[in-house]
Design a protein around this ligand. Structure first.
Ligand SMILES: O=C(O)[C@H](O)[C@@H](O)[C@H](O)[C@H](O)COP(=O)(O)O
Length: 239
């Protein structure tokens, strides 16, 4: 596990943008595509805006990127809570990723149908590859959740399926999420976690007793890939 600590969220986002850009460039020297699963939530906003602007915009060969999401709220695309909308607004509307290489978790069909459709796409990409995504970007909630793997939900322990839909009681909404199975097959997984409100959960996830039902982020352990945590000092205060 690689821990990258930064004084501020902005410093973290700038460093993460450079790290991602270098990783993409290195990977595209060896293969003709780069597959990335974007995170939802608010932490990625800044990172996206940095990647969508100079100098990173020009450094990345967007034509070779294949975009996925780690999870989605089952709300219409135009809803401000929709993770895909956030990514389009802050990044994808500003760069030239071919439309057929962008795979949103659809919310114009039922969550169950969307999860089945997404599972099919994931198997089309990753059934015959040693690893799944080249990079999975993750956030962590102040309760230790990641993706839509929330404490106490059965999806935390799902190992057969790569994508599932379920009703999240706590938020009174359906969620669509990839599972730990495909996430832990990734070549690299990078958490971006900032803010004092994450400090207790981060300590429990990284240094506490193994208790994934309470702290689902503990389940993210790449089998052959690398696990990176990008944290700011506020989130790392209890480490
Ligand atoms: O859809 C979501 O909500 C995200 O996928 C979720 O896992 C997010 O990454 C964390 O809740 C952290 O969110 P913040 O970045 O807003 O703290």
């Amino acid at each position: 596990m690689f821990l990258h600590k930064f004084q501020s969220a902005d410093a973290l986002s700038n460093a993460a943008a450079a790290w991602i850009t270098d990783y993409i460039a290195d990977t595209l020297k060896k293969q003709d595509r780069f597959t990335i699963a974007l995170s939802g939530g608010s932490t990625p906003y800044k990172l996206h805006t940095i990647l969508a602007a100079s100098p990173y915009k020009e450094k990345i060969d967007w034509s070779k990127l294949h975009i996925f999401w780690g999870d989605e709220r089952a709300v219409p695309f135009e809803d401000s809570r929709n993770n895909a909308k956030m990514a389009y607004d802050t990044l994808l509307d500003h760069v030239s990723v071919p439309a057929d290489q962008i795979h949103v978790m659809r919310t114009d069909i039922s969550p169950e149908e969307s999860a089945i459709e997404y599972e099919t796409i994931l198997h089309r990409y990753f059934d015959n590859t040693e690893t799944s995504f080249d990079l999975v970007l993750l956030g962590m909630g102040d309760d230790g959740h990641t993706l839509s793997l929330f404490p106490g939900t059965p999806v935390v322990h799902e190992i057969e399926k790569w994508c599932v839909a379920f009703f999240l009681e706590a938020q009174d909404m359906f969620r669509i999420t990839i599972t730990k199975s495909i996430t832990n097959k990734a070549a690299k997984v990078a958490f971006l976690t900032t803010g004092a409100n994450k400090a207790n959960a981060l300590k429990e996830v990284l240094q506490g007793a193994y208790n994934p039902n309470m702290y689902p982020s503990q389940e993210i352990k790449p089998v052959v890939g690398e696990l990176h945590w990008f944290v700011d000092e506020a989130a790392a205060a209890q480490l």
